[in-house]
Design a protein around this ligand. Structure first.
Ligand SMILES: [Zn+2]
Length: 420
């Protein structure tokens, strides 16, 4: 396929998507009317810029099924991901969505030399998120063996990896590091394993970790970018030959916008990654602001691939915190604190450490009325708070009670997330 042919395919797929959402998704029907946007007069990919970006708030406002473009009887799987609101973002999939997703991720795996003879160990959380299931479906598409160990019980993971001859490990970067350390403690060396590839997803990670994992496991490490609100893992995936990420442009249209003005930034410049789905049936999105900081290389990939390339994602353009692969919005921290303590408190949140040691630390300003008068209840309140965070965010924070003044002073001196 040539670049021109790819762009023609993108245009045709986008035209079809636009007609579908105009008819079946009330939010987009309204947006089109408000902006005088007529899908019948959509003739160039550039015309998309006449539409405003879709935000996370738009998706949350449509909870639970408002963004679905197909009737519920056609939806065969539902995933959710937490956002800034009390309700999560809901991602529905049709049979066709799961099939095309699995095929896409399988072709990425094939480009890494993986095939039906491989044994995949999937250490992502088999929960409401898309990650574990997407890799699971793709490995099945490839005809490979899949061991769905999910996350945790690290010593058992290493035993499974050794005894079952795992050749491809799927993990968050932080958990891959935990497993490397666990193998070291157990005296299991790379030579007693059959690992040849690690597929890492779910959070940004330092390049130094690649070296540690590749040396420790004697296997190649690949970076897989995804976003549960839009699709899941594989929207962009590391080139088999270099560290750039190929955007899967036959299925997604990627733009880089200034996160504040929403104007296009020139190729090569950093901005916010904005995605449009080209083939999603159940829940298509147009110009979705991912919140991820990114840039697209102006030049083609050195290996000559027609897909444009992203640089590795270094983090967020906004104030979202990422803890063990889970995105946490300050608004959620604030509302959970209010619910758990039944009052307004000053607070600050920090992510410390990496891998097994990574944790969310909540600094909470001691409120005289509550904490000094009812000391006995302090422990119960903190326990309840930790339980609520664990239940709703999947992260159990460390709680530090501090003088309220110290939070204000620290906040003024740093850019850490805080509220009052
Ligand atoms: Zn490449």
């Amino acid at each position: 396929m040539t670049r021109d042919q790819l762009e023609q395919l993108q245009l045709e797929r986008l035209q079809s998507t636009l007609h579908q959402v105009a008819r079946h998704v009330a939010f987009y029907g309204r947006t089109f009317r408000e902006h005088g946007f007529d899908p019948d007069r959509f003739v160039s990919l550039k015309d998309l810029q006449r539409l405003p970006p879709t935000t996370e708030t738009d998706l949350i406002s449509a909870y639970p099924y408002g963004m679905f473009c197909r009737p519920l009887k056609d939806i065969i799987r539902i995933h959710t991901t937490t956002g800034r609101g009390n309700d999560p973002i809901v991602l529905g999939s049709t049979e066709g969505d799961l099939k095309s997703g699995a095929e896409m991720l399988a072709r990425i795996m094939t480009s890494y030399g993986l095939d039906g003879d491989d044994v995949f160990q999937i250490t992502l959380n088999y929960g409401l998120g898309t990650g574990a299931f997407a890799f699971h479906d793709a490995a099945r598409e490839l005809g490979a063996s899949t061991i769905p160990t999910s996350v945790g019980k690290s010593e058992r993971q290493i035993k499974v990896m050794r005894d079952f001859g795992t050749s491809c490990l799927v993990a968050t970067p932080g958990y891959a590091q935990v497993l490397l350390e666990t193998a070291g403690r157990m005296g299991v060396t790379a030579s007693s394993l059959r690992l040849k590839a690690l597929l890492l997803t779910g959070e940004p990670w330092p390049e130094t970790l690649r070296t540690r994992l590749e040396e420790g496991f004697q296997a190649k490490v690949y970076d897989i970018y995804g976003l549960s609100a839009v699709f899941g893992p594989g929207i962009a995936a590391q080139c088999p030959h270099c560290d750039r990420l190929h955007i899967q442009e036959d299925l997604f249209l990627a733009e880089i916008l200034d996160p504040v003005s929403n104007r296009s930034v020139p190729p090569g410049r950093w901005g916010e990654l904005v995605l449009t789905t080209l083939t999603r049936e159940a829940a298509p999105v147009l110009r979705y602001k991912t919140g991820d900081r990114a840039r697209i290389f102006p030049d083609p990939c050195p290996d000559g691939h027609i897909f444009r390339c992203l640089d590795r994602i270094p983090g967020r353009v906004d104030d979202i915190l990422i803890v063990k692969g889970i995105n946490i919005a300050p608004e959620r921290i604030h509302s959970l604190l209010q619910e758990s303590l039944d009052m307004d408190v000053s607070w600050k949140a920090e992510v410390v450490g990496f891998g097994a040691d990574q944790n969310l630390v909540l600094f909470i300003g001691i409120n005289e009325k509550l904490f000094f008068d009812r000391m006995k209840q302090q422990r119960a309140l903190v326990d309840n708070l930790r339980r609520n965070f664990s239940q709703w965010l999947g992260v159990t924070p460390q709680v530090r009670l501090v003088e309220p003044g110290s939070i204000a002073a620290q906040t003024a001196a740093s850019s850490a997330t805080s509220g009052a």
